[in-house]
Design a protein around this ligand. Structure first.
Ligand SMILES: Nc1ncnc2c1ncn2[C@@H]1O[C@H](COP(=O)(O)OP(=O)(O)OP(=O)(O)O)[C@@H](O)[C@H]1O
Length: 289
């Protein structure tokens, strides 16, 4: 299954946001979309989902224009996990996840035993069965994010489009959620996520896509695309690349000239050193040319 946006152009109040953006998501891959604040990442996701119309270009699912798919047909193939979600009522986690069965049942059919089985299975798959009866508004941000993913999986959609799923999560929840997303891709789901942290996509993601100046500036395997030069082009900061000898563990740290500016980056060499101790891999440094 493939969701594809081709040559998308979109302007908001006369200001170009997307000028020539093309992006595809296939089942079985985890794709990370990177871009600065206001680059148009969320806009591109909304256009991909058919929630916003582009001024130019086309979005297709399995080769057919989105408009040819009914809303329910589409919802059973593509699910959206928004960045912010405020539940209007104090639903339980189980009830929020059951909302994912709406496209299958329609508005007027109450969920039955098969729907409950499906949702309980999904909660188990995501490791959150213990939260089923907890009130959604009174669980942590990470648990809410997993609940929204459960709702998406209950839709039985194979393609998941997620807007900054890792934002606001503590380090442990980020690692656990990354692990879940990687496993979903390994299980045959297609996952597209936006992120602000170039360290995030480096493990378990098949493809990173860089959105710069309204277009796709580069895309490909993280180790090939995420170079110090690309980070400078994206964010305007100079970084050094730390890479373990097997090429799997990769992290960026601010170059010396940048370190006084980027206090938060100081933790990264510590993480890289910890990884080195744990894995025994030697860490290679690559400075920006
Ligand atoms: N409906 C809208 N209302 C307000 N601004 C919009 C709208 N649609 C697009 N824009 C503008 O389009 C630009 C891109 O916004 P978008 O939210 O897509 O960027 P983003 O890359 O997701 O940013 P961030 O990383 O900060 O979330 C912004 O300048 C935004 O103001």
């Amino acid at each position: 299954m493939m969701l594809a946006a081709r040559d998308i152009r979109y302007a908001y109040r006369g200001r170009p946001v997307l000028s020539r953006a093309s992006l595809a998501l296939r089942t079985g891959e985890l794709v990370c979309l990177l871009g600065v604040n206001g680059a148009g990442k969320s806009t591109l996701l909304r256009i991909l989902l058919g929630l916003q119309r582009p001024d130019h270009g086309a979005v297709t699912l399995d080769g057919a224009p989105l408009a040819q798919w009914g809303r329910r047909q589409l919802a059973r193939r593509v699910a959206y996990v928004p960045q912010m979600h405020i539940a209007p009522f104090p639903y339980t986690v189980l009830q929020v996840a059951l909302l994912g069965r709406l496209p299958a049942n329609g508005m007027f059919k109450a969920p039955g035993a098969a729907d409950l089985d499906c949702v309980r299975g999904v909660l188990e798959q995501l490791g959150i069965s213990h939260l089923a009866d907890r009130v959604y508004t009174r669980i942590s941000g990470g648990e809410r994010q997993l609940t929204l993913i459960a709702r998406a999986l209950a839709q039985e959609a194979r393609l998941l489009v997620m807007d900054e799923p890792l934002a606001g999560l503590d380090y442990g929840n980020q690692l656990r959620l990354r692990d879940r997303l990687e496993r979903l891709a390994a299980d045959g789901y297609g996952v597209l996520m936006t992120t602000h942290d170039p360290d995030q996509p480096l493990s378990g993601c098949q493809r990173v896509v860089l959105l710069i100046d309204g277009g796709i500036a580069a895309e490909g395997p993280p180790a090939e695309v995420l170079t110090p030069e690309a980070i400078y082009r994206l964010y305007g900061v100079r970084v050094d690349l730390l890479r373990t000898s097997d090429g799997r563990g990769i992290a960026f740290r601010p170059s010396e000239s940048q370190q006084s500016l980027l206090f938060s980056g100081l933790r990264r060499p510590v993480i890289a050193a910890a990884q080195e101790r744990k894995t025994g891999f030697c860490v290679e440094e690559r400075r920006m040319k």
